[in-house]
Design a protein around this ligand. Structure first.
Ligand code: ADP
Ligand code: MG
Length: 617
């Protein structure tokens, strides 16, 4: 048989490689920004059209390329950054594979203009699908401009696979944030569809974070600094009270490279232990500097994962550094073995003076002494005390003194608990037939054939979901006016998402009085929404939109209804009064699809008497 193995032509190999390097417009953004940084640029501009689908352009003032290098840069495995495998262990550049430009040129229309400082003229190259279309001498400023148009023009399947502009733009923003955060010493500008999205001057790290995430971020940041032989940590963590339900602002940089590390993320989580409300994630912006020899960044083609030699030590150091900072800034009590823990008190208590309540009591007055009885003033005062002024009763107790004082310790008050249980017991007796809450999680109810066990959280989600869908489709959300307008702060991207959802949100009952670059002002909320929940709902909604893909209007409404239902539904662990249990059961069975939650999970199960009988055989 004839030999059948062939070497792939370069342009095919490049296209295949592109599949790994370029998944979406954001990958192009990342590669081009990193090249500009590697070229020692101090000013970098990013220009995006249609979320990068039609144009990604990066212009830098870096060192530029000679005519020969410009041509070579599009060859696969062509790089100026390493020469031997050894260099991999001393890397201080972002790139090293020499694959990015070759891959990008294989699947897009690329125009390069570049000039080195000492040259009078520069080089312009146009390359489309790995084919050089032209190479010319041009007049161009020092540095490099690379534009990538019509991404995936020759791979329609990949192009169709791209998500909506909102989603793709979100990825572009993410990459931009990562690079801009890692390099506050470089000035960045970002133009999206002709308007300026970011203009970040050279600044310190704190200012860079604030410039990206909004002025309100400043007060949230707690500095973290730690220097040891093997590692330097610097940056900020967010104060626990600003922690969010979503993992938005979590950034690790190792030697200025953004990385993802669930392991180190865990270290931070554990430093925050006990400080966060359930399910909230801390935000952090942390830079780790380690000897490049102790890491291997080569394990992932898109390079957001790296391998550390000594992960355990890193974990411990990171955890203790963050803990220390939180403690220093009076956010968590510091653990100090020199100190007697029994002497500790919550920190804001220590500054408070102890003060005994000052209430005047007529010590000589004894209501039980017959001859003390003076019709009028004093008796009334006493009556008032017993009926509705409990506090003053206790004050009376404190100032034990003269014999003549009434002995209130004799008066027996039932504790609130006892009182409550008496009431509930009462109700239980006559309504036992209908519902019963099990472990604050399930509602058990009797039905003709046997029994019904309802998952309270899912059931309520279903009820709310159908309610919201109804008000969204018939645009009839009922709004309650807020006494004081609510001002909430978001990043500019988050505002953009909210802007897109504005109309739908209004149909549910939200009323916005103002939406500006980083702030929204709300004057009305849906009747079902408590104002304390508004920011949580909107945050959850933004994160749901970011993670899901609402491509059509229909799916946006659906997503909105689901997201709000999820945020507002009664949680597991919440105890419900009888009335509430019954109301929920009735509402559930009035739904169109009572059997499943909005995410298609069972809302209840039934068990018939037959089935029960079988269990008792
Ligand atoms: P890598 O960055 O891994 O070396 P690339 O394909 O991204 O591979 O780039 C190939 C080469 O082109 C780089 O090594 C660099 O020499 C040159 N280059 C790319 N972009 C720029 C730029 N903006 N300024 C100067 N040189 C650049
Ligand atoms: Mg590169």
């Amino acid at each position: 048989m004839a030999d059948i193995i062939q070497l792939l032509p370069d342009h095919v190999a490049n296209q295949i490689a592109a599949g790994e390097v370029v998944q979406r417009p954001a990958s192009v953004v990342k590669e081009l920004l990193e090249n500009a940084i590697d070229a020692d640029a101090t000013i970098i501009k990013l220009v995006i059209k249609d979320a990068g689908k039609t144009l990604v352009q990066v212009i830098d003032n870096g060192k530029g390329m000679s005519a020969t290098d410009a041509r070579l840069s599009f060859e696969r495995h062509a790089t100026s950054k390493i020469r031997s495998a050894d260099d991999l262990f001393h890397l201080n550049t972002k790139g090293f594979r020499g694959e990015a430009l070759a891959s990008i040129a294989a699947i897009a229309h690329v125009e390069l203009k570049t000039k080195q400082a000492h040259d009078d003229v520069g080089t312009a190259i146009v390359i489309e699908g790995s084919t050089i279309v032209s190479q010319e001498v041009v007049v161009t400023p020092k540095g490099t401009s690379l534009s990538v148009k019509n991404l995936f023009f020759n791979i329609p399947a990949r192009r169709n696979f791209l998500k909506s502009n909102t989603v793709e733009l979100r990825h572009v923003f993410d990459e931009f944030h990562r690079v801009a955060l890692a390099h506050p010493n470089i000035s960045f500008a970002f133009y999206n569809n002709g308007s300026e999205a970011f203009n970040l001057p050279i600044s310190n790290y704190r200012q860079r974070i604030v410039n990206i995430f909004g002025a309100k971020t400043n007060e949230k940041l707690v500095p973290v600094e730690e220097e040891t032989e093997i590692l330097t940590i610097s940056g900020f963590v967010g104060k626990p009270e600003f922690a969010k339900k979503t993992r938005g602002e979590q950034y690790f940089f190792v030697n200025d490279r953004f990385i993802k590390s669930p392991y180190l993320n865990h270290a931070i989580g554990s430093a925050f232990e006990g400080l966060l409300k359930g399910g909230n994630h801390p935000s952090y912006f942390l830079n780790l500097k380690v000897d490049p020899q102790t890491i291997d960044i080569n394990i992932h083609p898109t390079k957001t994962e790296i391998k550390f030699d000594d992960e355990h030590t890193l974990y411990a150091l990171l955890r203790s550094a963050v803990k220390h900072s939180l403690g220093q800034f009076n956010i968590a009590p510091v653990l100090d073995f020199e100190r007697d823990a029994n002497l500790d008190m919550p920190y804001d208590y220590s500054s408070k003076e102890t003060k005994s309540p000052v209430i005047e009591v007529d010590r000589s007055y004894n209501p039980f002494k017959e001859n003390n009885y003076v019709p009028g003033k004093q008796t009334t005062a006493f009556k008032k005390q017993t009926t509705n002024n409990w506090d003053s009763l206790y004050v009376g107790l404190e100032s034990k003194g003269t014999q003549t004082e009434p002995d209130f310790s004799e008066v027996h008050f039932e504790s609130e608990e006892t009182t409550l249980s008496v009431f509930t017991d009462d109700k239980e007796v006559d309504k036992l037939q209908t519902t019963y809450q099990l472990h604050n999680k399930y509602i058990v109810s009797t039905i003709k054939s046997g029994m019904l066990v309802i998952d309270q959280h899912r059931a309520h989600q279903r009820v709310l979901y159908e309610d919201f869908l109804r008000s969204l489709t018939i645009k009839s959300g009922v709004s309650q006016q807020l006494l004081f307008p609510l001002e909430l702060h978001f990043s500019s991207q988050e505002i953009e998402i909210l802007n897109q959802l504005k109309e739908d949100l209004e149909h549910t009952g939200f009323v916005f009085s103002n939406i500006s670059k980083e702030t929204i002002e709300i004057v009305g909320v849906p009747v079902t929404v408590p104002d304390s929940e508004v920011s949580i709902i909107l945050e959850q909604l933004i994160s749901d939109v970011e993670n899901d893909v609402p491509d059509t209007h229909f799916s946006t409404t659906d997503l909105l209804a689901k997201s709000m239902a999820k945020s507002l539904a009664i949680k597991r662990g919440q105890s419900l009064l009888k009335d509430e249990q019954e109301h929920l059961v009735n509402k559930l069975f009035a739904c169109k699809e009572p059997n499943v939650s909005p995410t298609n999970r069972a809302t209840f199960i039934t068990m018939s008497v037959d089935e029960l009988d079988k269990k008792f055989i």
